[in-house]
Design a binder for this molecule. Structure first.
Ligand SMILES: [Fe+2]
Ligand SMILES: [Fe+2]
Length: 250
C-alpha cells in the first residue's frame, strides 16, 4: 500500500454460529490482501456464545497482519456472556471498542454498539412508564459514549463504527414498523459535532447500503446481506479509501 492512502474495509452481521458452518475465511483473506484496516460492525455471532466467537477468531487469523477493530451487536449480548466474547476477541488480536477509540495511521476510530429508539419524528421520548424511560436511557447512554469517544480522538480523521444505524436512510428497505428498533437518531448529533468523515454500521440486514446524515456525512450500512446484494460479483466488503495526514516517518 502507498503512504498517502489508507484503505478501510468494513463488514458487519457476520453471525458466526455453531449450527451452521460459516465460511468467511476467504473474505478475511481478501481483506488482508486489499485493505489496511478491517472493521467489524457487530453481530459477530448468532447467540453470543464463546464457541461461536472461537471459530470466528480462528478464521480471522488469516488477517492477523492488519488491525482488526470491532464493536459488538445485539446478538453478541443474547447469552449474557458478552464479557467472555470480548475477552476471546481481544485474546485473538481483535481490538473491541465499547465507547472507546483506537488510532491507525492518522485515522481515529470511535466504536459503540448504539441502540434503537427511532429517528426524527419517530424518536421514542422518555415519557410515561419506567420501562419506556429505561429503553430511551439506553439510547441516550450509547449516544453519550459515542460523543465521549469522538472527543478523545486527536487524529486528523475520525471514523465511527456502530452496530445500530444513526440515520433513517440506511434502514430503508426494512419494514417501516421496525425502524424504531434498527437505530437511533440520537447517534447523529455527535457525528456532526466532531466532524466525522464516515460512519459504518450494520444491523439492518435489509436496509440500504448508503446514506448521508443531515450534515452530509456518508453513512455505510455494511451488514453482510446488504453487501452481498450490492456486490453480487465480488467479495462482500465495503472499502473506503482515505488520504493519510500522518507526519512522514522518513
Ligand atoms: Fe445482524
Ligand atoms: Fe443486530
Amino acid at each position: 500500500m502507498g503512504d498517502q492512502i489508507i484503505r478501510i474495509g468494513a463488514v458487519a452481521d457476520i453471525h458466526y454460529s455453531r449450527d451452521k458452518e460459516t465460511r468467511l475465511k476467504p473474505l478475511f483473506e481478501h481483506a488482508a490482501r486489499s485493505v489496511d484496516i478491517l472493521l467489524l460492525g457487530g453481530d459477530l455471532t448468532d447467540y453470543g456464545m464463546p464457541e461461536e466467537v472461537d471459530s470466528l477468531v480462528r478464521d480471522l487469523k488469516v488477517a492477523a497482519d492488519i488491525p482488526i477493530i470491532a464493536v459488538l451487536g445485539n446478538h453478541d449480548f443474547e447469552s449474557g456472556r458478552e464479557q467472555e466474547v470480548m475477552a476471546i476477541l481481544r485474546a485473538g488480536g481483535v481490538r473491541v471498542l465499547d465507547g472507546d477509540t483506537c488510532e491507525v495511521r492518522g485515522i481515529g476510530i470511535a466504536g459503540v454498539k448504539g441502540f434503537g429508539g427511532g429517528f426524527a419524528r419517530g424518536t421514542l421520548e422518555p415519557w410515561g412508564e419506567a420501562g419506556v424511560k429505561r429503553f430511551v436511557q439506553e439510547a441516550v447512554d450509547e449516544a453519550m459514549k459515542l460523543e465521549r469517544a469522538l472527543a478523545r480522538i486527536t487524529a486528523p480523521t475520525r471514523i465511527a463504527l456502530l452496530h445500530y444505524a444513526p440515520i433513517r436512510d440506511t434502514v430503508v428497505g426494512e419494514p417501516e414498523e421496525i425502524f424504531g428498533f434498527l437505530g437511533s437518531g440520537r447517534l447523529e448529533e455527535p457525528l456532526h459535532r466532531y466532524g466525522v468523515t464516515a460512519v459504518f454500521h450494520g444491523h439492518a440486514h435489509k436496509g440500504a447500503p448508503e446514506g448521508k446524515t443531515s450534515g452530509g456525512i456518508p453513512v455505510y450500512n455494511v451488514a453482510l446481506p446488504v453487501l452481498r446484494r450490492i456486490e453480487a460479483q465480488g467479495p462482500p466488503l465495503r472499502i473506503l479509501e482515505l488520504p493519510v495526514y500522518e507526519s512522514p516517518t522518513r
